[in-house]
Design a protein around this ligand. Sequence first.
Ligand code: CAA
Length: 259
Amino acid sequence: MNFELILVNPAYAAHIALIQLNRPKELNALNLQLMLELKQALSQLDDLEEVRCIIITGNQQAFAAGADIKQMESKNAIDLLKIDQFETWDQIRKTKKPIIAAVSGFALGGGCELAMTCDMIIASESAKFGQPEIKIGIMPGAGGTQRLTRAIGKANAMEMVLTGKFISAEEAQRMGLVNRVVPEEIYLDEAVKLAKEIALMSPIAIRLAKESVNKAFESGLQEGLYFERKNFYMTFASEDQKEGMNAFVEKRKPIFTGK
Ligand code: CAA
């Protein structure tokens, strides 16, 4: 998996793939090529049976400082409509395997939106989250007004989106945006630890459960409950369900094979 603007290791640890955004001089600004590469990498990792969990990270200084302002500066609305860059983001959202964002430094604009598109966020103490688009005369366009509001509530999201202020990792945790905050030296290790825990479970149950939790963001309660029920029944079509329940009865650890 050779890309120019991201580094991909499909076997970073057992069953765990790592994608590192790699435009350090530009604070990992998300230009069109990077996003396209990210989409392709995720799609390839989704197809690799041995991969059970994916981590996306940047570097200590920046997860990503947003969409590439220099690339967007001269564009008009019709250019953007034709480029249709958010179609790429939609594809990322459709990744079936769980994705953990390991965030240190800036996660701003599209960077914050990318972290929120992932399923969980592990933050280093130096992480700063923000939707500063308002300061450059625009507004969030990759889910910032929607996902942030659902994650931290209307009042908090409104203040961040209307003032462009950054929040610290600690504030982000208090507001429910991130799973946990750890020292900078171990934020990636912490993400790997979480990924390893998930990788021990049945990949089929994990896929169906991820789908169901995401459904809660997209539907009313009745529709969500119905969707959950169908996915619950579906887990009983897997060998992993037999293995999991059998192991419980036999008082041993289950070994899930994804069948
Ligand atoms: N796009 C393009 N280049 C960027 C960038 C971005 N979003 N963010 C940083 N860079 C570049 C800078 O231009 C600079 O490059 P040069 O050395 O060539 O000048 C380099 O990265 C380092 O940045 P700074 O010198 O600005 O570093 P700093 O430490 O002084 O400040 C910062 C860091 C506060 C993150 C600042 O860079 C900043 O405000 N960046 C822009 C943040 C932003 O507005 N993001 C939203 C973008 S729009 C968007 O994301 C839309 C959407 O919803 C999809």
